[in-house]
Design a protein around this ligand. Structure first.
Ligand SMILES: Cc1cc2nc3c(=O)[nH]c(=O)nc-3n(C[C@H](O)[C@H](O)[C@H](O)COP(=O)(O)OP(=O)(O)OC[C@H]3O[C@@H](n4cnc5c(N)ncnc54)[C@H](O)[C@@H]3O)c2cc1C
Length: 420
């Protein structure tokens, strides 16, 4: 059940294993989240090796080791190439269809399901699992009263982020009904919220993007909780963009697991320069244009609004001519350029998160088959599991790989049951 990447690929795996497959989708369309992923271009997987993919799965990577080796990113790429979907590699190994359209990927999958004679039912919201005499799963109950039986069931109904795409957390209830533990849910890959006046009151940098910066998040200790490099964009509530999204899960966990109400984030806007290089650069700029104000000098290095904000931190020094700026002020400016502090007090909620953290406890799932250890004939795949990755094609890889393996195992189980 579930017509997202995990459910679609589970249907492929099951049908290829020789089973008769029915795909139940509660909405009236398939792959709604897949369509909006990767900015509407569908970041279908990542071309780098399995080890690299696992490094980008902060939530339960070890559990995925065998599944990713059974059906890897290479298999996903070969699968789509065989279906006629040409893929291209972009920065950091991210793979997209050459059309830059996610419907190319979705339509190829749907056409393949038709080739495999998979029956697709829309408006089929699964409400409960039906257990047989030995406790095994033998079917599902639908909202509105219908029942469907079969040799096995794959739960691939997603998490509970961006619920308007159909993923409203139904899988957790289904899993709980057979005794699975649900690891507490939390938002991941989600924008950060800040407490600084210059962010929320003055909106000083709202809409400003910075590219290739380095973020470091600190709790009570001097050692950073995490460091991430990439692009960011300032918002009216805090910080978004790929690097901020990568930091978010550490912020959520640190705030959840301690008494701290705030964390400190520093932004190195010029990570390519050592502090000494930066000092030398500032000295040179001041020597080249001694009559230029500090504010205008900084505008040569960073966007205008950031230069103005940094100058405002030094009160009335912003308009001072570069040749008259004191050494201590140059030092403070270097510090701010390479460690602009923000007070992070949380993140946006699950409804705005790219991915749901937490979910069905993977200790109760067989990592080779994706089968439930609580009920025979039941399999799980995709975001409903307590697995989450960074953005960059890694979550979709997880959905496709766990989907294929769950589907194949479920299909083989059904074929065996039918033969008995
Ligand atoms: C804006 C956005 C951008 C993203 N970009 C990327 C990216 O670039 N790279 C990346 O790797 N990941 C990205 N992701 C994450 C990725 O899209 C998800 O992790 C992935 O779609 C999860 O797949 P899934 O099949 O497990 O669940 P979903 O895609 O959520 O699919 C679940 C399906 O199950 C159906 N369903 C729910 N309940 C029931 C029920 N009771 N009965 C029947 N059907 C049901 C839903 O209607 C839905 O169709 C993005 C997510 C968002 C929101």
């Amino acid at each position: 059940m579930g017509g997202g990447p995990a459910g679609l690929m589970a249907a492929v795996g099951a049908a290829r294993a020789g089973a008769r497959v029915r795909l139940l989708e509660k909405g009236d369309r398939l792959g709604r989240k897949l369509l909006i992923s990767g900015g509407g271009r569908c970041n279908v997987t990542n071309a780098r090796g399995v080890d690299h993919i696992l490094e980008n799965v902060p939530g339960n990577a070890r559990f995925l080791q065998s599944v990713l080796r059974t059906w890897s990113n290479e298999d996903i790429m070969a699968f789509f190439t065989d279906l006629g979907v040409k893929l291209k590699e972009e920065d950091r190994g991210r793979m997209f269809p050459v059309t830059d359209r996610s419907d190319t990927v979705l339509n190829a999958l749907i056409d393949h399901l038709h080739e495999l004679s998979v029956e697709i039912r829309f408006g089929a919201a699964v409400e409960g699992l039906i257990r047989g005499e030995q406790g095994q799963i033998v079917g599902v109950e639908l909202v509105g009263g219908g029942r469907m039986t079969g040799g096995s069931v794959v739960v691939a109904v997603g998490g509970c982020s961006v619920p308007k795409t159909g993923s409203t957390g139904d899988g957790y209830r289904l899993a709980k009904s057979v005794g699975h533990r649900i690891v507490d849910l939390y938002p991941t890959s989600v924008p950060l919220t800040a407490a600084d006046d210059w962010v929320v009151r003055d909106r000083a940098l709202q809409g400003v993007s910075l590219y290739g910066v380095k973020l470091a998040l600190y709790g009570q200790r001097t050692k950073a909780l995490c460091q991430e490099e990439g692009d960011i964009v300032f918002t009216h509530f805090g910080l978004s963009g790929p690097a901020a999204l990568r930091v978010s899960q550490y912020a959520v966990k640190a705030l959840r697991d301690s008494d701290a109400k705030e964390l400190r984030l520093t932004i190195n806007t010029l990570p390519g320069l050592t502090r000494e290089d930066l000092r030398a650069r500032l000295r040179q700029m001041a020597a080249d244009h001694p009559r230029r104000s500090l504010k205008n000098t900084l505008r040569e290095l960073v966007p205008e609004r950031l230069a103005d904000l940094l100058s405002s931190f030094l009160q009335d020094v912003g308009e001072t001519e570069a040749c008259h700026v004191k050494v201590a002020h140059w030092e403070r400016i270097s510090e701010l350029l390479q460690a602009l502090p923000m007070r992070i007090n949380g993140t946006l909620g699950l409804e705005r998160a790219t991915v749901t953290g937490g979910g069905v406890d993977v200790r109760e799932i067989n990592p080779q088959t994706m089968g439930s250890k609580m009920a025979e004939g039941l399999y799980f795949a995709g975001e409903v599991l307590d697995v989450h990755a960074h953005t960059g094609g890694y979550n979709i890889t997880v959905a496709f790989s766990t989907g294929y393996v769950a589907g194949r195992s479920a299909g083989l189980h059904s074929v065996r049951e039918e033969a008995m």
